[in-house]
Design a protein around this ligand. Structure first.
Ligand code: PMP
Length: 409
């Protein structure tokens, strides 16, 4: 396992206390903490390099542009993108998926066409497709999940028989921790001619991702879930698809020539980056990638899987606790309920012990309906978490249960 104690020392916020207790941060699927290296990169950018990009003739602006474009190349190398031009900086996964739905979807979907999503999709990979289908008179088909929280491959096959134009799914589920067989799902979708959109919000921080090996068409990710700044992220796409797409937002940067009544557009990726971009976000994201790669994505994945396994074993021993999602191979996300104790009460009580977990529907209301719950409590791990923190979670949970009359087994 990784030396979590040593890594933890790199994160200033994790040195703080909550309610006088050591902070145990287990809400990494929502957002991660930032290492000093990322904070330094952002500060250094503002101290030495800040100017608006792409339009300056002076040295400072040229260096700012170079820093921004170097960050794009860093993201491209990290995900093995087809080309740096295939990396569009966005505010995160949500904006990346809205970009695909709003630009590719609007241009290519016709009345009666089908878009396929799954019952475990985050609202970010569902609502943009609902809006698009409503606008176009297209059909949205939701693929069901199995009892153990995986995409139901037979239902997926049936959905594909209708030859959808677009298929969208999460590589890793933020509510269940399921790692979907992305390569297989993409091959099957391509065999019927669909374009595939992968929600990589939960895979990019935790697995080694190679978009060319996956062969998806669009891949969306968020910087803040992988040690990077809030409001950073990217859409990674096959360049030919981006070339053929109309723009998403209009404004500065994305144009080539502007006349009174029409415009021509810039080359990719700039065509999709209207206005002043989040340079600080891109620079911070590149520093986060450097940090992650120094540790190794494979080691991070192994570490989280060990923590999730320990958490599932430990929580399952507590009478009244139900853990959701697949057993065996899965990501470091553990959703659970505890008898009839409301997950919000669990989270509030754990907070008194300095433990941060999430409670709610995790932006997956259709999934919650299928699990027959309104909400779950969710612990999600990252590289700075340890087995001792899993134990602290379990101990605090038993204490919370006792307040509601649950007797420890
Ligand atoms: N998809 C999944 C699977 C997620 O977990 C999240 C964040 N919770 C998102 C999409 C949306 O990401 P963001 O809020 O960073 O745009």
């Amino acid at each position: 396992m990784l030396d979590a104690a040593r890594l933890r020392a790199d994160f200033p916020l994790l040195q703080r206390q909550e309610h006088g207790r050591r902070l145990v941060y287990l809400d990494n699927a929502a957002t991660t903490q930032k290492p000093q290296a990322v904070l330094d990169a952002i500060l250094d950018y503002y101290r030495t390099t800040n100017a608006n990009v792409h339009r300056g003739a002076y040295g400072l602006a040229i260096r700012a542009t170079e820093a921004y474009e170097a960050a794009r190349e860093r993201v491209a190398r990290f995900l093995n993108a087809w080309a740096p031009e295939g990396v569009v900086f966005t505010r995160g996964t949500t904006e990346a998926i809205n970009l695909v739905a709003g630009a590719y979807g609007r241009a290519n979907l016709r009345q009666g066409d089908m878009v396929v999503v799954t019952a475990m999709d985050h609202h970010s990979n569902l609502v943009p497709w609902q809006i698009l289908c409503q606008e176009k008179g297209a059909v949205l088909r939701m693929v069901e999940i199995t009892e153990d929280g995986r995409i139901d491959l037979s239902d997926y096959g049936q959905a594909l028989e209708r030859r959808p134009k677009i298929v969208a799914f999460p590589y890793v589920s933020n509510s269940l921790g399921t790692v979907n067989p992305a390569g297989q799902l993409i091959r099957l979708a391509h065999a019927v001619g669909a374009v595939v959109v992968v929600d990589g919000a939960q895979s990019t921080p935790h697995l080694r991702v190679d978009v060319q090996a996956l062969d998806c068409d669009f891949y969306a990710c968020s910087g803040h879930k992988m040690l990077g700044p809030m409001g950073s992220g990217a859409l990674v796409a096959k360049p030919a698809l981006l070339e053929a797409m109309p723009p998403y937002h209009g404004g500065g940067e994305m144009i080539s020539k502007v006349w009174d009544d029409h415009s021509t557009y810039n080359k990719i990726p700039h065509k999709f980056e209207a206005g002043t971009p989040n340079v600080e976000g891109a620079v911070g994201l590149a520093a986060a990638i450097d940090y992650l790669e120094r540790i190794g994505l494979e080691q991070i994945a192994e570490h989280e899987q060990a923590l999730a396994k320990a958490a599932i074993e430990r929580l399952s021993q507590i009478d009244g606790v139900v853990v959701y999602g697949p057993r065996g191979h899965r990501a470091g996300v553990v959703s659970f309920t505890y008898g009839d104790v409301h997950p919000h009460d669990i989270a509030t009580i754990l907070d008194q012990d300095g433990i941060c977990i999430r409670a709610g529907h995790h932006c997956t209301q259709p999934l919650m309906r299928r699990l027959n719950v309104a909400a779950t409590a969710r612990a999600s791990f990252y590289l700075y978490n340890s087995l001792e923190e899993v134990e602290a979670l379990a101990t605090s949970l038993v204490k919370a249960g006792a307040l509601f009359g649950y007797v420890p087994a």
